[in-house]
Design a protein around this ligand. Sequence first.
Ligand SMILES: Nc1nc2c(ncn2[C@@H]2O[C@H](COP(=O)(O)OP(=O)(O)OP(=O)(O)O)[C@@H](O)[C@H]2O)c(=O)[nH]1
Ligand SMILES: [Mg+2]
Length: 341
Amino acid sequence: MQIRRFEAGNMQEALKRVKAALGPEALILSTRSSRDPHQPRRPRVEIVAAVDHEPHLENRRPAVPTDLRPRNTGRCAVEPAWDTGRLQEALLASGLAPGWVNPLLRELQAKKTPGAGTLPGRVQERLLQKFSEAVEVTHPGAQGKRAWALVGPTGAGKTTTIAKLAAHFSLKLAKKVTLITVDTYRIGAVEQLQTYGRILGLPLRVASQPEELKPLVEGLGDNELALIDTAGSSPRNTVMFQELQDFLTVSPVIGSHLVLSATTKESDLSSIIARFGCLPLESYVCTKLDETEALIPLFNQLVPQRRPLSYLTSGQRVPEDLEPATKSRIAQLIIDQIQWN
Ligand SMILES: Nc1nc2c(ncn2[C@@H]2O[C@H](COP(=O)(O)OP(=O)(O)OP(=O)(O)O)[C@@H](O)[C@H]2O)c(=O)[nH]1
Ligand SMILES: [Mg+2]
């Protein structure tokens, strides 16, 4: 196997260099964005790629792979067909993690689709199917626990999502919902949830110690649901994190759901997920999908690892801007992020 490093000013250019040097079968092992050390204002992309044979490109294949050349049908110019190399380029340039793209392409290649001559519409259809299969979703309302705690970093949208869920379950599904907050840190946190409780006509309980939370959740009946609001925790705040863990492990009735904002940058998402991963997490709630055009960082962190998504939120309106996560919806959101040219 030959492994090489390539650098360029942007992803497209770096991928072009990989293809020129190693050929279309090159496997992308990693991608990294940084700054030019001599001109810090200039972005730089670094790709590490490999091939498991010696590339003899000039002998083996033409500069432009034949199946990418527009076909002469005798009628008019047709769209260039797609091969796996071009597809890999589009997926990586859109930000999908190489560790996700390469196995996906191998699967598609094994099934001989998309192959030479495949048109973009057909490629998208196949990808939609593949992404749908890859996405894990869960519906905690159907089989889950009776008390749900929403955890996550500060400002991720925990309290707002609790209000949306409370409205959904009490008004639409006639569940008896109790709001509980253990967030006694932030000034105004209790009042924020209290306001929602008043509007929705739901009781609010405050638990300032884990022992106070235990009886509140263990007495819940069949048609009852408790939604527990927690204080935003930074992955670096060890003391606060330990306290949160004490609350959430006080009863097996409690299931925890990690709230992640789509506006968080990928490296932060990764450390948040690692930190909160020590809690018994049942699902991931994705918020603020309306606030960014770049959803790939979030899906990079959730889909390839088969982390189950439960709800998506895309706006501040309570209860409208909440939807249960479905495989097809998420697959479509991923497809919509891909830059096809
Ligand atoms: N645009 C948009 N804003 C949202 C969404 N969800 C929540 N917000 C807003 O994000 C802000 C923070 O939301 P909160 O629900 O208070 O967040 P939190 O996680 O409870 O914050 P802390 O309790 O301080 O940790 C509020 O202004 C919400 O209206 C969403 O899906 N889209
Ligand atoms: Mg809050």
